[in-house]
Write a protein of this length. Structure first.
Length: 339
């Protein structure tokens, strides 16, 4: 921004609001002699202790002239760029520390975007834009771009989400087919094609790509995910952990929640009686140390959809989860929350 546009903000001594506090001695310094050689422009005239406004504007807007006694021009901050990124793979692990042996704490899915925090050799420390998860990803499997700090990079309005365990898309730029899992982001609101990070993608059939919202059928979507494996750190159609599954289903219903069940349990309103539960409520379960260790989402018939050894639908009562397969209670109910 040009210094002349911040008159009265960065140059408080020359503010024309309220009482003028420019010393007459300084005004005498800003005389015609100091302005010689500056061509006049416009007809604006506003006397401030005998100083024409147009001359002050000319003085401030000229890169070659300034009055050292009348004001101090502050250097404007430089615009900083930030590095954003995504992946074209179905998913890549987000690890606790840089290195392939470090535990996977979450996943970056196709079409999701992150902000780069720092670099370490072949690894990038990132913050996932969707839920703020921070961890490390291998730079070989991501695409990066520089954007102006504070500038929005996504499309306006809600994105679409993949709801089937897997959906096939075509990378037109490379001429390759790619598999995207449930939870992947399709950065187009209506079209079967999208241009993303320099690549053009096209859906091979639009089934399974849905707009988030409470009108979606939670039970039908959940049934498609039944029997997918339980994977610690998983949040995709290739496998889920408990909070990863709850997060996806809430997102499909138009509600964004944090990544981990301890964070999720802090949200919403407590439901005190089983007779008051509704579809979409979250049920949380604890261990003997009263630590929240598991979460599931309640369906319309009062059963619960969750990921334990695999994604399954089980019975839920005031004691907890009763496994149909194991014929016993597997999780002790702690609290039910309505988000």
């Amino acid at each position: 921004m040009h210094p002349g546009l911040v008159l009265g903000i960065f140059v408080p001594e020359l503010s024309f609001t309220g009482k003028h506090k420019i010393d007459q001695k300084y005004c005498n310094d800003v005389n015609q002699n100091n302005l010689d050689g500056i061509p006049e422009f416009g007809d604006a005239f506003c006397p401030v202790h005998g100083v024409k406004l147009k001359y002050l504007l000319q003085l401030l807007t000229s890169p070659l002239y300034f009055c050292s006694k009348a004001c101090k021009l502050h250097k404007l901050p430089e615009i900083q760029n930030m590095t954003k990124g995504t992946t074209f793979h179905a998913y890549i692990p987000i690890r606790f520390e840089p290195g392939n042996t470090s535990v996977m704490i979450s996943q970056l899915l196709f079409g999701e975007e992150f902000t780069l925090i720092e670099r370490s050799s072949n690894w990038l420390s990132i913050s996932l834009d969707f839920d703020g998860t921070e961890g490390w990803v291998c730079k070989d499997f991501v695409e990066l771009r520089e954007v102006e700090n504070g500038k929005k990079t996504g499309i306006s309005g809600p994105v679409c989400l993949a709801s089937l365990p897997s959906t096939t898309v075509l990378d037109l730029t490379l001429g390759q087919q790619r598999i995207i899992p449930a939870g992947a982001v399709w950065n187009s609101e209506r079209d079967n094609s999208v241009f993303w990070y320099g690549h053009s993608f096209e859906l091979l059939g639009g089934e399974g790509i849905i707009n988030p919202g409470k009108s979606n059928n939670l039970r039908e979507i959940g049934k498609r995910l039944v029997s997918l494996p339980h994977i610690p750190g998983g949040r995709s159609g290739f496998g889920f952990d408990g909070p990863g599954l709850a997060q996806l289903l809430c997102r499909i219903m138009g509600k964004n929640i944090p990544r981990y069940c301890q964070q999720q349990a802090e949200l919403g309103t407590t439901i005190n009686f089983m007779t008051e539960v509704k579809e979409g409520d979250l049920a949380f379960f604890d261990n003997e140390e009263s630590e929240i260790i598991h979460v599931g989402i309640i369906l319309d018939d009062g059963n619960i959809l969750h990921s334990d050894t695999c994604v399954s639908i089980d019975l839920l009562d005031h004691h907890g989860i009763y496994s149909n397969e194991l014929e016993k209670y597997t999780h002790k109910l702690r609290v039910i929350k309505r988000i």
